[in-house]
Write a protein that binds this ligand. Sequence first.
Ligand SMILES: [Zn+2]
Length: 341
Amino acid sequence: MQLSNTQQRIDHVRRDLLKRLFGVTALATLCTNLPFNAAYAGVDSLKVADATPQKITEHLYLLAARGAWPTHENQGFFANIYFVKTPKGIVVLDTGTSVHIGEMALRAIKKQFNQPVIAVFNSHYHGDHWLGNGAFKTAFPEAPIYAHPDAKIAIENAVGAEWLEQMMKATEGAVKGTQVVAPTEGVTHGQIFDFGGVQLKVHSYGQAHSPVDIMIEIVNDKALYVGDVIMEKRIGNPSETSFKGYIKTLNIIQTEMPEHLLLPGHGKPGKGELLQAYQDIMNGIYDNAVKGVAEGLDISQTKELALKDPRIHQHAKSIAGFEEFGKFVSIAYTQAEMDAF
Ligand SMILES: [Zn+2]
């Protein structure tokens, strides 16, 4: 029974992923007219240029990504990596899109802290957040790599290899040499890790951005690593989004951690303004989808309705990925229809 449930979950995750990846594949095909292998010949050096981690709070450091989307130029470094400095060593929150990015992060750790890596967390199974795991596994084989238990299962199965393949295409080979290294241990909601007095707490509220989101609270610093549950001035592909789950999770953050510094996987850290923007967008989309369904509007009429909503309108020009807005509405509409059924 357990096995068949697990298999069903994997199949579901895989189907969702394939749907989502179709867009990425089409984009990669458009971006290069070169055959797949020939495109790789243009890669001069796979080494990622060094960067200095930025101190954010007492224990927290940010290794900032270089752009909102994966390109050949940024070598796929489009998701942030965070370090938590503890008396026992360094804890790494997400590892980037390639082994080369992971190696660059390791060089930064050595230079800035000269402490070992004692643990790694992956926020979810999208490849920009864990494909750098291999670098850490090689350098610190004893350090556990924590994630949502279903993220571990999915990456160990088809999802891991598929993400690697897609990132190879999106960066035209800049992540070459990267291997799928899955998380080693599942974590649960409320779990607390104590690293010499610096405490990290796991928050997991079900599907929001993806089916396997976890957020990591750095308790001492009143900070929360939100992965892709909140991004700064960016929306990502919504194919795996649950709008009701999103709204629930954002409300929990607002109620339980109103003063926390929010650390996004994409964009700059911030406080309430990051949360407010995402609440505007997600509530704005879903409320209009519910209204559209109730009033018998079709999806394009519902999209027009949502675009006129001031909660959406005010962010439209400043948000990367807004061209995906129609997809958000269409998915929200389907979910609102199911809720009304
Ligand atoms: Zn991401």
